[in-house]
Write a protein that binds this ligand. Structure first.
Ligand code: CA
Length: 372
């Protein structure tokens, strides 16, 4: 079996979407005519990762065996290391790895979760992840949106505060008022999480964390700047609420640093961190250290499905899977996009990732790379 072609392209979901709102996909073809699909991190439309794949990865892969995906990943990571492994390079290789696993499943006639050693569960609960709750949104609007999302029957709700990372702590009173109001709305026992998106100083985070403890929130995500690994660990050790981080880590070594600093819930993202191969390594690392492995995931088609395959195979699933805000990306392009039914995602049993691509729709939505 040999790789014959690698296609990289963006997907523009709506005609007026700016380039930065596009998804970034990779498709790997092999000599029997089958193909696998992967997705890279969509930061700025994923363009930098797609260029790395097109310019530096694709030429080296023609003729390679797609079943050698882990060797391919590690060889390319080391060959291209000086592009910087903490970012676009790792994301490029993550997308490639997801595509190769999708292809592997089709070549072997098995769903990815079975190739990973079998599923502990194929029906997976989720939490609704609600972004944009900072000062620009009124408290009443926050409550209205939370109410609307409860209709999906999530196992939990996470409210995210995506404020300006260069202006720490200024919105703390607003955030605390909203955290209190949401708790009051959903009742004492409904599981809630709070995502600071790196918006606080260590002392600001301590202040918010103590309120979240009083309000019985389940976890406190990325309280301080992501590069302040020791400060994140110190908060995790000082607060009784679970402090989580890791969505901005791109290598198992970076995740290990968080765990060694004291963080006990890590959230690597499959479209950033080595794809399925990388996430397996992260899961082993977390398990060996007694840290909760709770993948971050905000891309509703390929990334989400790939993350579900991983979640299904994990021994300890202590938290539900992430389901991001509703998006036009959710129900186009695939005949069977992942959609929850009665609070659960059901993993497909079809080979590979199990997504059925609508080729005509892809033709309509795909955008070639500049200059291609
Ligand atoms: Ca987050």
């Amino acid at each position: 079996m040999k790789i014959t072609r690698i296609e990289v392209f963006q997907v523009q979901w709506q005609p007026n979407d700016p380039p930065g709102a596009r998804s970034a996909f990779v498709r790997v073809w092999c000599d029997d005519g089958r193909s696998g699909l992967g997705e890279v991190s969509p930061m700025q439309g994923g363009l930098v990762s797609l260029v790395i794949l097109q310019q530096h990865v694709a030429p080296a892969l023609i003729g390679a065996d797609p079943l050698d995906h882990a060797v391919i990943h590690d060889r390319l990571l080391h060959k291209l290391m000086k592009l910087g492994p903490e970012g676009a390079l790792s994301s490029a290789l993550a997308g490639l790895d997801i595509a190769l696993w999708d292809l592997k499943g089709q070549l072997l006639g098995q769903p990815v979760w079975r190739l990973l050693g079998g599923a502990w569960r194929t029906a997976l609960p989720f939490y609704s992840s609600i972004g944009g709750n900072g000062a620009a949104r009124s408290l009443n609007d926050v409550l209205r949106i939370v109410e609307a999302r409860l209709a999906d029957k999530p196992a939990a709700i996470k409210i995210r505060f995506d404020n300006d990372r260069v202006d720490l702590d200024t919105e703390i009173p607003d955030h605390i008022a909203k955290a209190r109001a949401v708790r009051k709305l959903v009742g004492d026992d409904f599981p809630l999480a709070f995502d600071a998106n790196n918006g606080y100083s260590p002392s600001g985070a301590m202040r918010v964390g103590r309120v979240l403890e009083e309000l019985n929130y389940w976890w406190f995500e990325e309280p301080v700047q992501h590069y302040h690994v020791r400060a994140t660990g110190e908060l995790a050790q000082k607060l009784s609420i679970t402090v989580s981080a890791g969505e901005q880590s791109y290598t198992p070594a970076a995740l290990a640093d968080l765990i060694l600093a004291g963080v006990r819930m890590v959230q690597p993202d499959i479209v950033k961190m080595g794809g399925i191969t990388g996430m397996l390594r992260c899961a082993a690392l977390a398990q060996a250290h007694g840290a909760e492995f709770v993948p971050h995931q905000t891309q509703p088609t390929i990334g989400h499905t790939a993350a579900l395959h991983i979640a299904a195979t994990q021994l300890h699933a202590t938290k539900p899977c992430e389901l991001n805000d509703p998006s036009p990306r959710m129900h186009a392009l695939f005949a069977n996009p992942p959609k929850p039914v009665n609070g659960l995602f059901h993993l497909p049993a079809a080979p590979g990732l199990g997504l059925t691509l609508d080729e005509a729709e892809l033709k309509r939505l795909r955008v070639a790379l500049p200059g291609a």
